[in-house]
Design a protein. Sequence first.
Length: 252
Amino acid sequence: MEAVRKPFQGVSNIVRFNWHFYLLSLLFIVLLLLLSGVAVTLLQHIITVLCLLAGFTIIVSLLVSCYIYDLSKLYQFRWIQPTGAEKVVVNINAGFDETSALLENRFTHSQLIVLDFYDPVKHTEVSIKRARKAYPAYPGTQTITTARLPLANNTADKIFLILAAHEIRNEQERIAFFKELRRIVKHGGEICIVEHLRDTANLLAYNIGAFHFHSKPTWHKTFQAANLDIRQEIKLTPFISTFILQKHGDTL
């Protein structure tokens, strides 16, 4: 598998998979400008402000996305320090996998198990469907449900969910899923959750789009309900947080 990201792959994929959104936004701005041509002076000023706000919001979100996914070295995974003793590493995605090949390069002596909980009934976003067509699944990827993971108890040394876990929208389903993560991770193992948060930084960057993410209190509630402790929290950028989890009661 190719494990090298192309320049500006992140932001280009965002535009590529969400082109309908940007097209509709452009049509909306053009429509407003046409209306301003027949509007009274005050309304013209209001329309101009709306157009500027719409354009500014789009540009800011793309610039922030470029910083996060292309310039911040997010996908270099410098916060991951393999010990060489990891026998089983599990990577779980929600239909779009950019990270398994990268993790394979980091854990060269480990068995990498890739699981995909994408459900076309629940995950109806056209962007995910386009992404799945553009990027084939990692070889050996297993399709799963969030209700039951096809691994025995205490199997995994490390489990990764990178920008995927927020797709589990139902709280009880999310808690049950994290209980499954707790079941399959070894004592002394780690569960690594990488996510945007519904916080001030992401609200400023993505406007109402930030409501697709979960807040930090929501994640903490999920972890606690699944009997998981936060071993470490890493702020990779102002917009991305990583939670390193362990079984409750485990010590370093």
